[in-house]
Each structure stands twice: as C-alpha cells, then as structure tokens.
Design a binder for this molecule. Structure first.
Ligand SMILES: [Zn+2]
Length: 239
C-alpha cells in the first residue's frame, strides 16, 4: 500500500513538474490592494483576456477591486514621482536603467531619491530566504508590485474616466531575478515599474511583444523596450 502511494506520488510529481516550470515564467503578479491583505495575482486572472484597446491604442490600467476605478501615481509638487531602491546593490544598475527607460518616453518622470519622500519603493532580493520572508512571495515568481489605493482621492480625466491615486507602491524583485541576464533583469524591473504607474498585465497572445505581457520565457531575450503604446497610454492617463 505504501509503495503504491509512493508510486502515485512520484507520478503526480512528474505530472506537475512541467506546470511548475511554466509558472517560473510568471513575470509579476500583484495588482493592487487596500489595507487588507488581499493579493491579486496572475493566476486569479487566468482566462481573463486583458488586452490593448485596438481603437484607442490605450493599454489597460489596473482597476481596484473595491471601486472598479483605475489607479495612477500622484505627481509630486516637483513634477516627478519619487522612487527609492533599497534592495541588494547588485541590481542598482538595472534599476537605474529601468527608471531611465520610462523617463525616456517623456511623459512622466521618475526621480530616484533616498528618503521617505519615495512613493514607490523597490526591494530586490538575492536569496530564497529573503523571498520566503516575504508574505506575498509565491514560489516561481520573479516580481510583485503591491499598490495601495488612496480612496479619498478622485481624478476625472477629460473623457470622463474616473480614477483614484495610488498612495504608495512596493515592488518586490525576487531572488530568481538575480540569475537572469542584464537585459532580462532590466525587463523585469521595467515591467514592475509599469504596474506601479498603473499599467495592468496583458494576457492576449497578440500582445506578447509588449512590455506588460504577463508572462516571459526566462532564459530567452526579453523585449526590454517601451514604445508608442506605453507612451500614448501614459499620455491618456497622466495628461
Ligand atoms: Zn505583471
């Protein structure tokens, strides 16, 4: 009986092994949360097709689960969004490249600071122990972005779209990121910063070439670029 159970377990492990390999490719998952512990992740969204609006080219922004409203960063009085990196120093250059990549679009401007004025805080892990110390960590994930919503804010865009501000964002880069090539490290950080700006993941296969596509083949060369889709979307939501 025990032997049979072992055999069954082994078969199950074999069956699940390929599935696990696939989840290694999940780029990033958390969407948004209030002060509750609720965490949204890509796995909850499987089957939901979140794609680019083909008529306006605007990419989808995260909708808060409580209000159904999209969220974005509030711009500081100095015209920038303050962001701080406090993770492992080995990822600092990649963090700086990712910041520069968003700034190059010329719509919003991230400013790297080293004080509590930062509304986006980026944490980078190097060890699996650090990963496991994080209650949000799900094995196999490369990164998470948790956005907290300011429910007392209300923004109405010129087309009538209502939004809330994000009060602060925490980006977690997990230890598997440190094993990637520089190009792919950059990609993961650019992607997570996209979530902090409000961008949601894209799930439609036709959007596979875009930065916010939810899943990436680790080991392959990721796109690592932003273009007119992201630029026009930022203009839509931020100007
Ligand atoms: Zn993502």
């Amino acid at each position: 009986m025990k032997k049979k159970l072992l055999v069954l377990l082994s078969i199950m492990l074999l069956l699940f092994a390929p599935v696990y390999t696939t989840t290694q490719n999940v780029l990033a998952n958390s969407k948004h949360q209030s002060t509750t512990k609720r965490v949204f992740n890509d796995r909850n969204y499987k089957g939901k097709v979140n794609d680019k609006n083909t008529s306006t080219s605007v990419l989808p922004f995260i909708k808060d689960y409580k209000t159904g409203l999209s969220i974005k960063q509030k711009i500081n009085d100095d015209g920038t969004i303050h962001v701080r990196y406090d993770g492992n120093p080995s990822l600092i250059a990649n963090f700086q490249t990712a910041i520069a990549t968003w700034n190059k679009l010329g719509v919003i401007k991230f400013k790297i600071v080293d004080d509590s004025s930062a509304v986006v805080n980026v944490h980078g892990n190097l060890t699996s122990k650090e990963d496991n110390d994080n209650p949000y960590y799900i094995k196999g994930n490369l990164g998470d972005t948790n956005n907290y919503v300011d429910y007392n804010s209300l923004i109405v865009l010129s087309d009538g779209t209502k939004m809330n501000y994000i009060s602060n964002s925490n980006i977690f880069l997990y230890s598997d990121v440190s094993k990637l090539s520089d190009n792919n490290k950059n990609h993961i950080i650019i992607h997570e910063l996209g979530h902090a700006l409000g961008f949601d993941d894209l799930y439609s296969q036709k959007d596979r070439g875009l930065m916010m596509f939810y899943n990436a083949q680790t080991g392959s060369t990721l796109l690592n670029k932003l273009g007119s889709d992201e630029k026009n979307s930022l203009k839509h939501y931020y100007q």
